[in-house]
Design a protein around this ligand. Sequence first.
Ligand SMILES: Nc1ncnc2c1ncn2[C@@H]1O[C@H](COP(=O)(O)OP(=O)(O)OP(=O)(O)O)[C@@H](O)[C@H]1O
Length: 600
Amino acid sequence: MAINDALRALKHTELPTDNSTTSVTQLPANILEAFIPGYSIISKFLLDSLGFDITLLVSVCFLIFGLATSLKFAWKHTSEQFNEYFMSYIRIDSDDDIYDHVMEWIRVQNVSKNSRKLMAKTGRENAWDLVDGDMGVPELDPSKLVNFSNWDAKVPPRFQPSFGIHRFFHNGRLFQLTRENKHVMRDGWGGSSLRDEENITLTCVGRSTKPIKDLIKVARDHYLDKEKSCTVVRRPCPKEQRGRGRTLWMKVATRPSRPIETVVLDHEQKNRVLVDINEYLHPSTPRWYANRGIPYRRGYLFHGPPGTGKSSLAWAIAGVFGLDIYCISLVDPTLTEEDLGMMFTSLPRRCVVLLEDIDSAGLSKRQEEETVEKLKPEDEAAAKIGAEITRAIKSVQKDGKNNKENQGISLSGLLNAIDGVASHEGRVLLMTTNFPDKLDEALIRPGRVDMKVKFTNATRSQICELFTRMYTPDTPASLAPEQIRLGPVPRANGTLHQATLNGSLLQPKSAKIEDVMTPPESPKQANTPTTTFSPSSIEEIAVQFADRLPEDKFTPAEVQGFLLTRKKEPMNALEEVEAWRDGVLEARERKSMSKKEVVP
Ligand SMILES: Nc1ncnc2c1ncn2[C@@H]1O[C@H](COP(=O)(O)OP(=O)(O)OP(=O)(O)O)[C@@H](O)[C@H]1O
């Protein structure tokens, strides 16, 4: 409107013909009037009352404003054209691992140091950060109680580049990082919903993306190097975040890998599992499977009483082979069969999938069959009728549930996910159970479960090993995967297995035990015994300790629990173990007696 008025005013304006400065810088009054209604009255009033003509001032302001706007427009247009033809960029979404790699690299590169737009994050993100060493964690005073409110206050926050544009140099080249947050509509299971989505864009000058790719590689190497001795744990995303085509897994933690030698198990058994997985994961194995038309999958069933080390071995395996671990709880009420199928499909090429306590997920043998089996000797006809009734009740229950969110995972749903056509090949499937006999044959048939590993209560040698490990001072690192030597051992058929782990290496090294035990000098050595013991005396005490416990009566978890309460006092542990043993056995006896009384 104002512009139209101004144009109209320009038409009727007779521009000054003289060459004076005033005529150049002063805009005609009718043009100013078009932009500022009432201008002539104001200017006349100021001229009459103050004797000051504001036309020149207003005209200059207008000219500066016009110039700036034109420059801005020209700059925007030119830079757009420049970006289009002379810049390269790579965009990274926040749900991709590369996002974490780049952001972490940026953080340590101190890009944040020079930036004026920062985002502060709590220094300690999870419990494992305390073992990072680079967190500036304050020293603890052993004479005082640990107070985490004080401790947290002393941990400096981390600073990351905030949303917006950040520029930095790498290898002499200028890069630009643009961090954005957008609200986008996404299709999810419950329909479309508005979600926050973050991404970063890395830009550099030039018509090739190679410098950015190199930078991403550097960031990735840096990140993976830091996390080399860690295991990344992933779980299914919360239901509301699970979207079609979007990531179904979320990283929940990065924890230090469990050293394989800390899992106290029969060495031959442990060897066999590791050798088998090692052979399966070998880069040449997929071709071997493909040539024979065999699906490239391998499954393991770890079974035994609770607290015997099934999950511990699973975690240690992930650490040894440097694989991420994908944990699925089949009892998760939000997990549907469709979700499960998609999750297996979206697994990476190599990973460990851990399905814990599969017996508790309603996947045990069909109840109606069990009922028939139980009643058969007495009345087969009645049993069959009973089974029919059970089936009918179940189908009614199922219909009733149809409208509800979750109908649980059925056996066929799990089998489809595990070896359905879309299921990803190359993963190591580890299933744990306390009750292997309850599992349906279909679930544990060869091809789904290729190796069963039995875990038992602690043997004498396991008790000895648990004791020795507990009182051995911390060593800087356990066996790195590359330190585990491979050598041939005979197979059942008499041939030599090429990729076989040397069993002795999986045992605690005597060299480690020979480390001198000294009283703690700093809080960091809190696990070191207060009394000095020679390595040979620790071994001797371990033997005596094992002599005082019956074999196959206590789980390794129970023995570990007892030792943990005396973790600095091996002699106390030795002296008190008999009383503890008798107490636990008596309590068990009483419990079984009371059970018998209740069920005549
Ligand atoms: N064989 C073992 N070697 C070393 N530690 C063990 C062993 N068995 C149990 N533990 C210790 O006991 C605790 C429980 O072990 P873990 O969770 O592996 O047992 P589990 O057999 O998986 O039990 P559940 O069946 O209840 O899941 C852990 O702290 C672990 O360190």
